[in-house]
Design a binder for this molecule. Structure first.
Ligand code: MN
Length: 262
């Protein structure tokens, strides 16, 4: 082949190069991550905070919002086909689930969400599928594994720290000290990060099946994992609401998607 011919033809590019030029990361297959739906009681509708989906897609996943269903066959079908499950933030959790009477200061509950997410979590656990719990999702994982919650932080755990910050939610409002030797600390390679905080409840007793990975300065558990599972992590803050370029949040979503096969 002459030099002229070689120059006149565009060089054949490897698929990786083409993907990189299109702004796609080369991250293997796109695992399907199901996100449990949120409830808008005023409208009687299910909805979603788009940032959960954006961050999952940005980390290489194919995110899908799950239907609110009470059908066992639908929940099982989803658990079979999903590569991972994200339990998002939202309503307070029914204290029935950890054997306490409802306090007046407990916030609005969603027994439908509690029920669906409990089923999906159990099915994911049976199948060894990765689960990431965010805020309420983390609290629910703790409760489903035998832990308990503060039903109302301001009255049950008075603190100098603001756990229910004002907007903008992309601005961190308190620190989180990472526990040495935990997978979160290994992932982030640091001993402390700054996190946002938008929660009314928090872990009171951590499940014996979970291990804390991070603490707020006032002692609340900010992250935990389940050592006996392939990947069950929970965080109390909202990484999806942090800026898209926030390195710890990106690393967290990427680690979850990787655990799901991405
Ligand atoms: Mn907090």
């Amino acid at each position: 082949m002459s030099d002229k011919t070689a120059r006149s033809r565009p060089a054949r590019q490897a698929p990786d190069t083409v993907r990189a030029q299109k702004g796609m990361l080369d991250m293997g297959k796109q695992p399907i991550i199901g996100v449990a739906p949120l409830l808008d009681r005023a409208r009687g509708r299910w909805w979603m905070v788009s940032e959960y989906l954006d961050r999952l897609a940005g980390a290489g996943a194919l995110p899908v919002v799950l239907p609110m269903t009470e059908r066992p066959d639908t929940a099982e079908g989803l658990a079979d086909r999903l590569d991972g499950l994200l339990l998002p933030g939202g309503h307070d959790i029914s204290p029935d689930l950890y054997g306490e009477a409802l306090l007046p200061a407990c916030g609005e509950l969603s027994p439908q969400r509690d029920g669906l997410e409990a089923r999906l979590f159990a099915l994911a656990l049976e199948r060894g599928k990765p689960v990431l719990g965010i805020c309420r999702g983390f609290q629910l994982i703790n409760v489903l594994l035998g832990g308990s919650l503060y039903q109302d932080l301001p009255t049950q755990y008075p603190s100098e720290l603001l756990h229910r910050q004002e907007k903008p939610y992309a601005a961190p409002c308190h620190g989180a000290a990472l526990e040495r030797g935990t997978p979160l600390q290994a992932l982030l390679g640091t001993d402390a990060i700054q996190v946002n905080s938008l929660h009314h409840q928090a872990v009171r007793t951590l499940s014996p099946r979970l291990e804390a990975m991070a603490y707020a300065p006032d002692g609340l558990v900010e992250a935990a994992w389940m050592p006996e599972a392939p990947f069950v992590w929970g965080v109390q803050w909202h990484p999806e609401l942090m800026p898209p370029e926030d390195a710890p949040s990106r690393a967290l979503f990427r680690r979850f998607v990787q655990a799901a096969g991405g």
